[in-house]
Design a protein around this ligand. Structure first.
Ligand code: GDP
Length: 295
């Protein structure tokens, strides 16, 4: 991931570092190249513009250019700005509430919600948590069965399926089952949607009112780039998201969604899906990602 961005930035930095003295014009030329590299990586235009403005201001505004190693300092400013853009620290799941802590996953159909529900459940189970999963997806045939199969594979409990219930009814049943049976965490996999659609948004809000989730995580496909960012900003206007999970990062060569998500939604990326297998999920570490981009 980020290979091409990394190469492009590497070239810009090499030219900067290679010079003893730097003038404002050199910085501005370099930042124009950084801007193009970000846009080619599919970073949202306003995000790229803000990034370059901020870095330029810091680089020419202070005593950076008169320092002994101006190139190196400019590279450091870019690095710090990149970490800032990605979110300053690893965002943990906030589930220290009276159990069951509810984690609700929302997102478009096919974004990887059900798979991610099982991946997270598996991680939490490994952490010693007693986890239950429930699918509220009554729209897609076999969605509830798909989660039951994943439950068997991961040895995580799933709420027994009762045909004909509405998502709100399932959520109520899941809450009382999780309370009664002493589960620490209840994961709610909500109905997928093809696009941001009002009826489904209302349904999601109704579920959220009942379940009062500790975490409401938006699952988005990183391969969809700018669309992923638009979807995220739409969702975040409708539901109080606590974080984002980017799936298919394993296939995302450009990384634009990852780079723009934080700035556009104001929400941290908490995890990255790195493959179809149920252990292919990683906490999102902004510093590590920034380090990988800058080589
Ligand atoms: P949902 O409709 O949002 O519940 O999506 P699913 O969980 O059914 O996932 C749709 C497809 O994406 C499945 O084939 C998953 O195996 C695949 N998938 C999910 N997450 C990842 C990921 O991080 N990487 C890759 N390569 N595939 C993924």
């Amino acid at each position: 991931m980020f290979d091409s961005l990394s190469d492009r930035l590497g070239g810009v930095f090499e030219r900067l570092r290679g010079r003893g003295a730097l003038g404002e014009a050199d910085v501005r030329t370099a930042m124009r190249e950084v801007r193009i590299a970000l846009l080619e990586a599919d970073v949202a235009l306003p995000v790229a513009r803000d990034f370059v403005e901020k870095v330029t201001e810091q680089a020419v505004g202070q005593n950076v250019l008169r320092s002994v190693t101006p190139g190196q300092q400019v590279v450091k400013i870019v690095h710090d700005a990149l970490v800032d853009m990605l979110g300053s620290d690893t965002a943990e799941l906030e589930i220290a509430v009276t159990p069951p802590a509810v984690i609700m996953l929302v997102g478009l159909q096919g974004s990887g919600k059900t798979t991610t529900t099982a991946k997270l459940a598996k991680l939490l189970k490994k952490d010693g948590k007693k986890v239950m999963m429930a699918s509220l997806d009554v729209n897609r045939p076999a969605a509830q069965e798909q989660l039951a199969v994943l439950g068997t594979q991961t040895e995580v409990a799933t709420l027994p399926i009762v045909a004909g219930q509405t998502p709100v009814e399932i959520a109520k049943r899941a809450m009382s089952a999780a309370k009664l049976q002493g589960f620490d965490v209840l994961m709610l996999d909500t109905a997928g949607r093809l696009h941001v659609d009002q009826a489904l948004m209302d349904e999601m809000k109704a579920v959220s009112d009942i379940a009062n989730p500790a975490e409401t995580l938006l699952v988005v496909d990183s391969l969809t780039g700018q669309d992923a960012v638009n979807v995220a900003s739409n969702f975040s206007e409708q539901v109080p998201l606590t974080g984002v999970i980017l799936t298919r990062m394993d296939g995302d060569a450009r990384g634009g969604a990852a780079l723009s998500m934080r700035a556009v939604t104001g929400k941290p990326i908490k995890f990255a899906g790195m493959g179809e297998k149920l252990d292919q999920i990683e906490p999102f570490h902004p510093k590590r990602v920034a380090g990988r981009i800058l080589g």
